[in-house]
Design a protein around this ligand. Structure first.
Ligand code: NDP
Length: 299
């Protein structure tokens, strides 16, 4: 996006950005269907009855169909063995109608999640968690990038343009958010610090950031005085805390009101990174389908 089109608002509107991204994806899907008779397909596998996972899977299926793609849902009982789940993954790997495979985490305890993730064909691994895709990201190869950090990067580039030379601090080092986020920012020529629970002075590290990405899973841990003047803050955290009326409410890892006083731009929770995650899953499914058929997507 050009400088003149960039938002002047302090709030980084992930919900709005995700909406327009989904529209662009739907247009590209329509073109793939028309010009190549190809309909991208996403298979989502849910094992067990975890309520949050059921909501995620339902939303993923709905948004996949809204984008014009095929959605294949596989719901298995919580007693499913690892052997049976692996057999399903192998079947989906071979299915030409399926271009992306996502196994919803967490899995019941009898199943080793890493064994399942690594059984997915890396070209269909739209979550980007397969060890081959992690390796490609680390070595600058062309792979599938995990959806949440990919969404954060899109928001940052839309807001700031070139990230080169900026000091980025990533709070959290998980395999699904913190580490890939750090690598993506490094690939954009940022100087990257990854802070975690053993970091000596987390607040001081944060104050030095031009870009701060918080992914710790601790409600409002990042206070206003941790934010450097003019920093851009991306809050990945989704934490449920008791609200005033006894109902749970969602807060991020950043104390929003305090941080917004000092930040030049900040994502809200909800309505920031969350909607970007599913939009990027659709983007990865589209990318996977095009790559598997040797088709170049227009920008
Ligand atoms: P993990 O629990 O896997 O990782 C948390 C990280 O934060 C760890 O690296 C941990 O350090 C670090 N950490 C924990 N406490 C502290 C502390 N006091 N000081 C410094 N670092 C700390 O979480 P995830 O990465 O999976 O998720 C992080 C948050 O993002 C959660 O709130 C989750 O709900 C949310 N999330 C949101 C998504 C979205 O779509 N918006 C998608 C995925 C996650 P250490 O490694 O040393 O233990």
């Amino acid at each position: 996006m050009t400088e003149s089109k960039r938002s002047n608002s302090k709030i980084i509107d992930g919900k709005g950005f995700a909406e327009s991204l989904r529209q662009r994806i739907a247009q590209q899907v329509a073109r793939l269907k028309q010009q190549h008779a190809l309909t991208p397909g996403l298979a989502v596998v849910l094992v067990g009855e975890d309520p949050a996972s059921q909501v995620y899977v339902r939303n993923k299926g709905k948004q996949t169909e809204e984008a014009g793609m095929n959605s294949f849902e596989h719901r298995l009982s919580k007693e499913t063995s690892q052997y049976d789940l692996l057999e399903l993954v192998h079947r989906l790997n071979k299915d030409p109608a399926v271009h992306g495979i996502l196994v919803q985490l967490p899995l019941p305890k009898q199943i080793d999640p890493q064994a399942v993730i690594n059984a997915i064909d890396p070209e269909k691994d739209v979550d980007g968690f397969h060890i081959v895709n992690a390796g490609r990201l680390a070595t600058g190869g062309l792979g599938m990038v995990p959806c949440t950090p990919l969404g954060c990067l899109m928001l940052l580039k839309d807001r700031l343009g070139d990230l080169s030379g900026k000091h980025a601090v990533v709070l959290g080092r998980s395999n699904i958010v913190g580490k890939p986020m750090g690598l993506l920012l490094l690939n954009e020529n940022c100087t990257v610090t990854i802070a975690h629970s053993r970091t000596r002075d987390v607040a001081e590290e944060c104050r030095r950031a031009d870009i701060l990405v918080a992914a710790v899973g601790r409600p409002e841990m990042v206070r206003g005085d941790w934010i450097g003047d003019g920093a851009t803050v991306i809050d990945v955290g989704i934490n449920r805390v008791p609200g005033a009326n006894g109902k749970a409410r969602l807060v991020g890892d950043v104390a929003f009101d305090e941080a917004a006083e000092r930040a030049a731009g900040i994502t809200p929770v909800p309505g920031g990174v969350g909607p970007m995650t599913i939009a990027c899953l659709l983007q990865n499914t589209l990318t996977a389908a095009a790559r598997q058929h040797g088709i170049e997507l227009s920008q």
